[in-house]
Write a protein that binds this ligand. Structure first.
Ligand SMILES: NC(=O)C1=CN([C@@H]2O[C@H](COP(=O)(O)OP(=O)(O)OC[C@H]3O[C@@H](n4cnc5c(N)ncnc54)[C@H](O)[C@@H]3O)[C@@H](O)[C@H]2O)C=CC1
Ligand SMILES: O=C([O-])CC(=O)C(=O)O
Length: 328
């Protein structure tokens, strides 16, 4: 028997990432090839015409799984009944800007959209925040949607995770699908800590295969940390294709589960695991089963990692304080 359609909200749907993401969702990349979807697309009034153009293209693409499209500039209409919300809308970082520069603009957007989701989304709606500053936007959304369980509010660090896998695959000249269990700790920013101490390639420890700790502790980390800025420099636009793909990976694994023996990185509400301050949205290694994520516990953390995990936590605490100051 055919499944009931799942309603998926994409905010900022007329933007770069939105344009790459909505066809992936309509093709089943996010929720599977047998899961019908109804797309809810939100953007702001100046983008209404472009948003309608995206709707026209979705109709023209004749996706068999796409059972309906709501394209609107009304946040209540956009949020009503949605089971999954991918929050891409916001003010993007431009070349030369730090994420903090875009904080003030985004805090007020996430506060108001939190209220709309809380009142109008389906019970148990899962939320993924993509727009930067992603961790702190997710935290604001959590604060202003207190009836949405905190486990349901996450942010995207899967793109960074995939970037780390990609760099290791390139270095070792292996297939990216043979590289597993990298970790992105912390903020989706240049302080994030891409950690391969527990990662494997073709079943063997990455550190043993790479045999170059200087590269792994230096250039590898900075390349992953700076990849978003490098793409913006090259394209003059953000990494829409890979961000859309990462967003699909994030939701797919959350809903359908992570493969046995594999973990992924997700920005989730910290419970104090690994001595990360509780009350931040921080990227951890997680496994997913039955639509729930669980932080992987008990990984040994060396001194080098500890310092980097603390530095990115400190930045998130500062962002949290800055976000709250923008609210008052
Ligand atoms: N977490 C991650 O891995 C990544 C995050 N990003 C972030 O994703 C966001 C989107 O990036 P792009 O698509 O390249 O930007 P974009 O500027 O092309 O699209 C953003 C869209 O959001 C819309 N928008 C603005 N305010 C809105 C509101 N209040 N409600 C609904 N829509 C609104 C804009 O009209 C625009 O269509 C940016 O914040 C960017 O920094 C980008 C790449 C990776
Ligand atoms: O740096 C940016 O603003 C875009 C981004 O988040 C990324 O590509 O990781």
């Amino acid at each position: 028997m055919a499944k009931e359609p799942v309603r998926v909200l994409v905010t900022g749907a007329a933007g770069q990432i939105g344009y790459a993401l909505v066809p992936m969702i309509a093709r089943g990349v996010m929720l599977g090839p047998d899961q019908p979807v109804i797309l809810h697309m939100l953007d702001i009034p100046p983008a209404a015409e472009a948003l309608n153009g995206v709707k026209m293209e979705l109709i023209d693409a004749a996706f068999p799984l796409l059972k309906g499209v709501v394209a609107t500039t009304d946040v209540v209409e956009a949020c009503t009944g949605v089971n999954i919300a991918v929050m891409v809308g916001g003010f993007p970082r431009k070349e030369g800007m730090e994420r903090k520069d875009v904080m003030t603009k985004n805090v007020s957007i996430y506060k108001s959209q939190a209220s709309a989701l809380e009142k109008h989304a389906a019970a148990n709606c899962k939320v993924l925040v993509v727009a930067n500053p992603a961790n702190t936007n997710a935290l604001i959304l959590k604060e202003f949607a207190p009836s949405i369980p905190e486990k349901n509010i996450t942010c995207l660090t899967r793109l960074d995770h995939n970037r780390a896998l990609g760099q290791i695959a390139e270095k070792l000249k292996v297939q990216v699908s043979d590289v597993k269990n990298a970790i992105i700790w912390g903020n989706h920013s240049s302080t994030q800590y891409p950690d391969v101490n527990h990662a494997t390639a073709c079943g063997k420890p990455v550190r043993e295969l790479v045999k170059n700790d200087a590269w792994l502790n230096g250039e590898f980390i900075t390349t992953v940390q700076q990849r978003g800025a490098a793409i913006i420099k090259a394209r003059k636009l953000s990494s829409a294709l890979s961000a859309a793909s990462g967003a699909c990976d994030h939701i797919r694994d959350w809903v359908l589960g992570t493969p046995e023996g594999t973990w992924v990185s997700m920005g989730v509400y910290s419970d104090g695991s690994y001595n990360v301050p509780a009350g931040l949205i921080y990227s951890f290694p997680v496994t997913c089963r039955n639509g729930e994520w669980t932080i992987v516990q008990g990984l040994p953390i060396d001194e080098f990692s500890r310092k980097k995990m603390d530095a990115t936590a400190d930045e998130l605490s500062e962002e949290k304080a800055l976000a709250y100051s923008c609210l008052s």
